[in-house]
Design a protein around this ligand. Sequence first.
Ligand SMILES: [Zn+2]
Length: 153
Amino acid sequence: MRCPTCRESELQDGTTQLETTVAEQQFSAQASALVCLKCGEYLVDGRVMERFELEVAWKLAFGPPAGESFRFMRKALGLKAETVADLLQTTPETVSRWETGKIRTDAKAFALMAMMILDRRRGRGWKTTQNYLAELANPGSQRQGQVDLGHVA
Ligand SMILES: [Zn+2]
């Protein structure tokens, strides 16, 4: 593939350093990429970028619960502020105030966001915490009936 920037060279398999700073904390990772040896341009697969953001989000999940970290974690999950507000049973305005540091981010909300990051790290299809919060936010059916005791030794 020809370099889209300088158009003078073919892109080659190589590596690049991914870097980001969130809430004054720096994170980096070595990632495979297509590199232009002529101009230094590089292309990183979207899935690699997603993984990088998820891993940074997981580091951020251990606090401190800064609004900027909360925002990064939310975006790493691909969730809109409105969606998170619904899940956490608060308003988009409150989420915005957390994220911009106007008010202190609720520690319980931050912890739940951390659990959603953990679910996502476990792989596609793992949305346990998010599904649970969605159930609680929209209570409908009751759960009476048979319960499974599994195997008691
Ligand atoms: Zn180039």
